[in-house]
Design a protein around this ligand. Structure first.
Ligand code: NAP
Length: 323
């Protein structure tokens, strides 16, 4: 990827896409192709084809998706499978038809079986039943991986799929209905602080272990992957192995440790109270990151530093939302 290459970031206003946008600008890439959802609906095949024919991107980061928490996934499974299949099919096919050199498709660790051994290796894909609550979403993502792999085999394209662990960072979603555990806990701490409470209520026992990656670290990993030298990149595009790379820190923490760390960074001296009537979910979710490490990339932002940066970015928005 050259500094003047034509690079399309699909979904550049989302958590991942905005981190990619920052990361590419910081590295002085000058030819970024950006379209908001309102300017280009990626579920519209005709519009996507016209965009690719006109703009001729050379590299594509596919970070646009319909994304949501458990409640949204359970309520709208049809929307999750249809919109995601449409977005990725349109972008991957238009990329092939217009000679895109390299594409990176963003998936999620929910593609792995619910009871996969830990840490989860890329080869565990399709080795067992999925978590039912987001099966429709996960299957769309699995179809995206298969599509990259199939196009590589049939048409000689060079498309990779990256599977990030739980992400957090600037521009995160702090709405309690739709947010993930880290931003949800951050919001609860802000609420408790402003209400002058001394207790922080956390769902479950606090014992499940989870891995968290700062979004700018993920962006760095994605840029690293699409910039790999030809021979290394070719080593990822194999006929008999999915072109799949896990991206994470390789380290997990308990929910209790996470809550304590957020309280510490936000300077909130409190007692953490666990609501054990609420479900815990899987005991552990951790990615095996040997492959991305072997490709020369490691996460650099500590969880404490990432929480601090996320909070600094969101502080005003969070405080006005909870007042
Ligand atoms: N967040 C995580 O913890 C996490 C973890 C692992 C993997 N990932 C993966 O990373 C990718 C991006 O996730 P994210 O967290 O960045 O999601 P996000 O913040 O919701 O961003 C998704 C972006 O896609 C855009 N988009 C959605 N539908 C579109 C359409 N039909 N046409 C054009 N743009 C559309 C959205 O625009 P609007 O908002 O305007 O609709 C938004 O800018 C997803 O594939 C997800 O699976 C995320």
């Amino acid at each position: 990827m050259e500094k003047h290459s034509r690079i399309f970031i699909a979904g550049h206003r989302g958590l991942v896409g905005s981190a990619l946008h920052r990361g590419l600008e910081r590295r002085a890439y000058t030819n970024l192709l950006l379209r908001t959802h309102a300017q280009l609906d990626l579920t519209d095949a005709v519009a996507v084809r016209a965009f690719f024919e006109r703009e001729k991107p050379e590299f594509v980061f596919l970070a646009a998706a319909k994304v949501g928490g458990i409640l949204a996934n359970e309520t709208y499974p049809a929307d999750f499978i249809r919109e995601n299949l449409e977005i990725q099919t349109n972008v991957i096919d238009a990329s092939y038809r217009n000679g895109v050199k390299r594409l990176l498709f963003l998936g999620s660790s929910c593609i792995y079986p619910k009871l996969a051994p830990q840490p989860m290796k890329e080869e565990y894909l399709l080795t067992g039943p999925l978590e039912p609550t987001n099966r429709a979403y996960a299957l769309a993502k699995i179809a995206g991986i298969e599509m990259c792999w199939s196009y590589n085999r049939q048409f000689g394209t060079r498309y990779l799929a990256a599977m990030p662990t739980n992400l957090y960072g600037p521009g995160d979603n702090f709405d309690l209905q739709g947010s993930h555990v880290l931003p949800a806990l951050m919001r609860k701490v802000v609420e408790a602080k402003l209400a002058n409470e001394r207790k922080l209520a956390v769902w479950g026992t606090g014992k499940p272990r989870r891995e968290f990656l700062y979004s700018d670290d993920l962006a760095q990993a994605c840029i690293h992957l699409l910039s790999l030298p030809e021979s290394t990149f070719d080593g990822m595009i194999l006929r008999d192995e999915a072109p799949l790379v896990n991206i994470g820190t390789g380290m997990d923490v308990t929910i209790r440790e996470l809550a304590e760390l957020i309280a510490k960074v936000l300077d909130f001296d409190c007692e953490i109270v666990f609501d054990t009537t609420r479900p815990d979910g899987t005991p552990q979710k951790l990615l095996d990151v040997s492959r991305i490490h072997s490709l020369g990339w490691k996460a650099t932002t500590t969880l404490e530093e990432g929480i601090r940066l996320t909070y600094e970015d969101a502080r005003t928005q969070l405080e006005s939302a909870v007042r």
